[in-house]
Design a protein around this ligand. Structure first.
Ligand code: FE
Length: 136
């Protein structure tokens, strides 16, 4: 898909019109949904997880695992170029923020406590994702 490399830039008014209040709070204001409240945390279906802001493919169900942390957790992104990682020193912590490479939307954080083989846990807000079930 050639549009993968193209950045999507919208005004805040455009984002507010396109997103639900919760999606906007997470994606555009770096909010975090309360643990165990997201619609996709316990989703075990086979399919693809896309950015709720721009539709970019971000994660595959094969990389999802039950971390017990209360948010959808993945061992790796669908493609390394799909997400960007940034140091985040907010709230007195040093964390690595994960954003959508295409639209810049805040997705969550990545932690070094995931299972093999990557050892990573991409801890992602359900509100930042839409799920598309794989067609049989
Ligand atoms: Fe996006």
């Amino acid at each position: 898909m050639s549009s993968k490399a193209e950045k999507i830039v919208r005004s805040d008014a455009e984002w507010r019109a396109a997103l639900s209040p919760e999606q906007h709070r997470v994606l555009r204001e770096k909010g975090t949904e309360r643990p165990f409240t997201g619609a996709l945390t316990e989703n075990h279906e086979t399919g693809n997880y896309h950015c709720a802001g721009c539709g970019a493919l971000l994660f595959l169900s094969g990389a999802k695992f039950d971390s017990g942390c209360g948010w959808p957790s993945f061992m790796l992104p669908a493609e390394s170029e799909a997400v960007e990682e940034h140091e985040d020193r907010s709230f007195g912590m040093r964390r690595i923020e994960v954003t959508c490479a295409r639209c810049g939307g805040h997705l969550g954080h990545v932690f070094p406590d995931g299972p093999p083989p990557t050892g990573l846990r991409y801890c992602i807000n359900s509100a930042a994702l839409t799920f598309t079930r794989q067609k049989a």
